[in-house]
Write a protein that binds this ligand. Sequence first.
Ligand code: FE
Ligand code: MN
Length: 361
Amino acid sequence: MQKIFQVGSKTFVLDQKKAEAAFAAKKVINGRQTMCFNLLPLKYQWAYDLYRTMKANHWEPEDIPMGKDIEQWRDEKTVSEVERWIIRMGIGYFSAAEGIVGDNIQHVVRELVTAPELKLVLGRHAHEENIHADSLLYMIASLGINPHECEAMFEDVPTIVRKNEFVTRVSRSLRRDLDLTQPENKKLLAKNIFVFGQCMEGTQFYGLFGMVLSLYRQNKFPGIGQMFRYTLRDESNHIEVFRNLFMDLIEENREIWTAEFKEELRALMAEAIQLEKEFIRDCLPVNAVGLAIDEFVTYIDYIADRRLEGVGLAPLAAGVKNPLPWLAEMMDIKKEQNFFEGRVTEYQKASSLNVAHDDDL
Ligand code: FE
Ligand code: MN
């Protein structure tokens, strides 16, 4: 079918068939190679919807007051050595982790996917990792922590080194010209998306999220806690981006979804859980007020199973109950909007106020 436009002395003929063929060629991978950012018509509606949710949640670190945190950091009496150590581990681990996630999006995933709406949401995802990295800089500067100490944490704390190595190994192998028509290479990409979305952001971020937000519940480090709440809300969207991307990649490439590959992914999650539990024991070497090591360890089993089920894989520790039910509420930021007088609330559009995926947690 053709549509003809007569404008003045000129005639333009638009061919609907050609446009439909272009739309049909939109794919997660191996789609139409084009330099045009042809978002419309949208094929992956979820990607555009998540993009809109994510930008409506925009926040900037400087909007969060750090006065109370600075006071508490300097006061030996209000905050214990263990609690201070949790904050150091949080800043140390996430300083490295946010960068690794952002880099993998920009240099691996966003490079390899072909549909423009997927590139759109991945661009926003990468930018949010920059915001998170910036928030850590702001915490370090506010508390007066030596930046070299932070670098040393991800060079010298073995449980941090091992967590980082676990994710960078599935990223490194994809940084070359990859023939994505080969099933083995499709699996490499699917594995990368699974490891980053479900194992790292979806599971290995939650040990520290739980601990920092436990402190926040006790009114310790309210500024840092608030930033972690915003980060957690962002991460829940990132997990969704990568979950949807993974599901569509599998849907379009069914040949890789074998029993063997599923077991390989479950084994990777088991490894991620193991590393996270060791890391939790480094963050919290002894129980502290309101923080029980066992609860955080069990929470990792619980959340990992939610991630596995989310992508159609069988759980590893079926039946484990959520030991930290309050963590889901922590993301529900709409309840205390008036906490802020600053710009943060202005970014909030009505549509973005109910994005907490309580069922995720
Ligand atoms: Fe992040
Ligand atoms: Mn993230």
